[in-house]
Design a protein around this ligand. Structure first.
Ligand code: GLC
Length: 426
């Protein structure tokens, strides 16, 4: 691992954050605001952790998968400990799991991460042993996704709750969310706004609908065979689907290396089907992919970073997507904003409605490098480092002035910095 001397402090600070937020067998995204284990936070964090110890990195994903549901779902939160500082807690979800979890999932970046932990490992024996145990679990999750979130076999899966996208309050969900009622939502007290400025978080109107969906699914006994058709919110997110495609490609590679040929074949079949289905999400006018509202049966006119994330899986026309990113970037001081700054709904400080997120930058840059667009990737990496140098390890950043927003001392932000500075091991 070679870190340039001028980056030493930055690197040490990132390591200190990873250490502070380490709970032994899992990390928390940040103290206070998010005191449990989050699904895609943990997976991406494992990429940073491996630079300080590969065994600990494998443990991070092993712990997550130890809480996979019998049907294959990997939940978005695992409530390892009791903590009153977060809402909605385990009693609200009421999923009946031995260790409480939430009842929804998150972007399946796990397969991609497993393959990188494996192929770039120094300890090959450990890597083989862990990958052999975890690969079938990742495969079960992917099969669960297509079986339960694509019951008609279109090739693309739907999210049933905005939280599943990982981009909680993106403008993408506004229309579909407006259809979700709020009658009968039990009175509740938000905790997030006790930790963070409310102007940087989702609105109350959004929260009421988030809670209605949770109650609705709970009333259906968290029976995943019923939730899709029963949900008034069913949206096909190109970001989520692209992550799934990339993870399936990775899973196929990994399974081949491990001699698990059935898993490899099934994963490649899923990739082929999804890749063909992606064409229906492309918008020529927008120069990017759009979300599809499965209830209203139409594309959603919302130009968010979810629609350029397919770059992560090499989907779509790279040049056009790069041009779209460049057009956004030209309107702000730091990239990549999570929404088109030219849209009147763009809000540079409110969570997923404009701010930059380092994990998104990293996935975009990774996909661009893989597609041979090294220059575009380098520009994004430079923005990521500029944001960190300007404002430290925040949860997200204002693209207009680079100020840090949301939670601080943030785990996956630190992990991405370690990745950037320690260099690619490939
Ligand atoms: C927020 C983010 C989500 C993340 C979680 C924990 O809910 O939108 O993507 O996983 O916080 O950091």
């Amino acid at each position: 691992m070679t870190v340039q001397p001028q980056d030493k402090d930055l690197f040490d600070n990132a390591q200190a954050i990873l250490r502070d937020n380490d709970r032994g067998a899992y990390t928390v995204p940040t103290k206070g605001l998010y005191p449990f284990q989050w699904n895609w936070d943990s997976c991406l964090t494992a990429l940073g952790l491996r630079h300080f110890g590969e065994e600990r990195a494998w443990t991070e994903v092993t712990t997550l998968l130890a809480h996979q549901w019998p049907d294959g779902m990997v939940p978005h939160i695992v409530f390892h400990v009791a903590d009153e500082g977060y809402f909605p807690g385990p009693d609200v979800w009421a999923c009946g799991r031995p260790t409480p979890t939430s009842g929804i999932t998150q972007p399946p970046v796990l397969g991609y991460v497993l393959n990188r932990l494996f192929t770039e490992a120094s300890d090959k024996t450990l890597a083989r042993e862990r990958a052999l145990a975890l690969t079938p679990k990742a495969d079960a999750w992917h099969r669960w996704l297509y079986a339960n979130r694509d019951p008609e076999g279109t090739g693309l899966v739907a999210i049933l709750h905005p939280w599943e996208s990982g981009r909680d309050n993106a403008i993408d969900w506004d229309e579909a969310l407006a259809r979700v009622p709020t009658e009968g939502v039990a009175p509740y007290q938000r905790r997030d706004t006790q930790h963070v400025n409310a102007a940087e978080r989702p609105t109350q109107a959004e929260y009421d609908r988030y809670m209605w969906l949770v109650q609705h699914f709970r009333d259906l006994g968290w029976d995943n065979r019923r939730l899709h058709d029963a949900s008034p919110f069913r949206v096909v997110d190109p970001g989520f689907n692209a992550i799934l495609v990339r993870s399936d490609e990775a899973l196929a590679e990994l399974a081949d290396a491990l001699g698990l040929s059935d898993i490899a074949t099934a994963a490649r079949d899923r990739v082929a089907k999804a890749t063909a289905a992606f064409a229906a999400l492309w918008s020529d006018a927008a120069g990017q992919f759009l979300c599809f509202d499965r209830v209203a049966d139409r594309l959603i006119e919302s130009r968010s970073v979810g629609g350029v994330l397919p770059l992560f899986a090499g989907l779509g026309d790279t040049e056009r997507l790069v041009a779209t990113i460049r057009r956004w970037r030209d309107q702000v001081a730091f990239g990549v904003p999570s929404h088109d700054p030219a849209d009147p709904r763009f809000d540079p400080r409110r969570y997923w409605r404009g701010p930059c997120w380092l994990i998104v930058n990293t996935m975009l840059a990774d996909g661009l490098k893989r597609s041979g667009a090294g220059e575009a990737a380098a520009a994004i990496d430079a923005d990521s480092l500029a944001l960190i140098r300007t404002s430290g390890f925040a949860e997200y950043y204002d693209p207009t002035d680079g100020s840090g927003l949301g939670g601080r001392h943030f785990t996956w932000t630190a992990a991405m910095v370690v990745e950037l500075l320690a260099g690619d091991r490939r």
